[in-house]
Each structure stands twice: as structure tokens, then as C-alpha cells.
Write a protein of this length. Structure first.
Lengths: 110, 110
DNA sequence: TTTCTATATATAGCATTCCTATGTATAGGA
DNA sequence: TCCTATACATAGGAATGCTATATATAGAAA
């Protein structure tokens, strides 16, 4: 697990990225982020829900209430066109950070 | 310039890294971080001074007051042996973050 | 000589992001 | 019936970096 101080700011990118492959609800997002990073990146639901509300307020994601066949109520989020457009510049900024830290601090990427 | 939300947590690594090449005072650290990242990473002195106090309290750096020939007083910081030992694991954690975001969010490192 | 810029450190107060702790509620298996 | 997994929600706090402000000296320009 990566320490909280270091992973700060990654949650937004992580959420937008997992939503790129299709709509998801919060609980499942957390599961996929952990799975796809082999446990390196892990977020509590208490972090993700407020983040999703912020992203929805900005118009980058949209959530709709769903009632599954079993009767369980959950909120399904999907990327909006505006959110899709934001992903490229956000990735570019992270790339720039990686390059900067490679030069400055000799952090390897391998 | 990388947005504040994304660069969070990088200041500690940046400071320890520039100090690896020799003792420096705060003002000069800020200048070198900006220079060596070609302006991608830039910190205000109001961020760096409290960070240096924290690092000193942890025993990772040690600062001594200097009075230059011209009479200017400034605090010169150097890495302690403990600080030197911390650099490798911190770099490893950043590397792990890079790998995780490459897999999860397709952030390139080139 | 005065004024402006660069150098240099310090702190108050704030925003953002993520945390732990807690609460609610349903589904399914032991 | 109880435990675990699923699913959402919020209160309260820690950490990090920001703007704004304050102090003070050196050197160049006017």
C-alpha cells in the first residue's frame, strides 16, 4: 500500500479512469482500483463518495439511482462528455509530474 | 505548472532530493526545484519553511545558521544520515505509484 | 539619496484531500 | 439467528500546500 501522503490527488484520476470502461457504482470502483493496481492503490468508500459528489457537481460524472433485481438500491455513475474531455489533460499533467520527478529526484518508472 | 491538487506530497521528495547534492538554504532549494524541473514543479517559500521544520523535527535534515560575508543571515540545511537512508524507500514508493497509475489510468512516463 | 528589486526567513489563516469512526440498511450463507 | 459482504452517508480530524502578510538586508537604478 502506498502511503496517504504520497497518493494524494490520485483518487480523481483513478475514478475517472475506471469509469472510462463503463458505468459503475462507488463500491465497485473501489474494488477495481484496488484490483487493477494489485493493491498498491486503495481508497475507502468514505473518500470516494464525497469525491463523486464533487465530480458530479462539476459535471464530469452523472449518477442515477438503480434498484437491482434483488431490491438493492445503488447509485450508478457514468462519465459525461465533459468528463471524457477532461481525462486527457489530467493524464498529461500526471505525465508531466512523472517526468519532473524523474529528472529532479531520479524516481524510476520501470 | 502542475496543479496543486496533483503535486501534493511531492515537496518532501523534492527537498530531500536537492539536498542529496549538498547543503542548501530554503530560498535556494525553491530555485533549484523550479530550475531542475523546467518550471513544472514550483513551491512557495511559505510551503518549504514549515516542511523543513517538520523534516528537522524528524531528524532527516539539520539546519545551522550561517552569516555570509555580506552579513546576510540564513539557515543552511543538510541531509542527516537518517534522511539519506529514507530517500531510497520514498523513491520506491513513488515508483510504485507511477507503475500503479500506468496500469490503472494509462498515464505515460515518456 | 531614495526607491526598486532580489534575497531571505517567518507566521496566520485557509482550501483541499484523504483518513478513521460511526451509522443505516439489505442479501445470502453458516 | 448471526455473521459477512454489499452499499451508501456523514462527522470530525490530519496533512499539505496555498495566499497574504510581516520583517530585514544587499545592490542597482534613478
Amino acid at each position: 500500500m502506498i502511503a496517504p501522503g504520497i497518493k494524494r490527488g490520485t483518487a480523481e484520476l483513478a475514478v475517472l479512469s475506471v469509469l472510462e470502461d463503463g458505468p459503475l457504482h462507488g463500491y465497485e470502483m473501489a474494488r477495481r482500483i484496488e484490483e487493477q493496481t494489485h493493491g498498491s492503490l486503495r481508497f475507502t468508500l468514505a473518500s470516494l463518495y464525497p469525491l463523486l459528489y464533487r465530480l458530479e457537481k462539476r459535471g464530469w460524472v452523472r449518477g442515477v439511482w438503480e434498484t437491482s433485481g434483488t431490491g438493492r438500491r445503488r447509485r450508478c455513475y457514468r462519465l459525461t462528455p465533459a468528463g471524457k474531455k477532461k481525462l486527457a489533460p489530467i493524464r498529461a499533467e500526471w505525465s508531466e509530474l512523472f517526468r519532473a520527478l524523474k529528472r529532479l529526484a531520479k524516481v524510476s518508472h520501470a
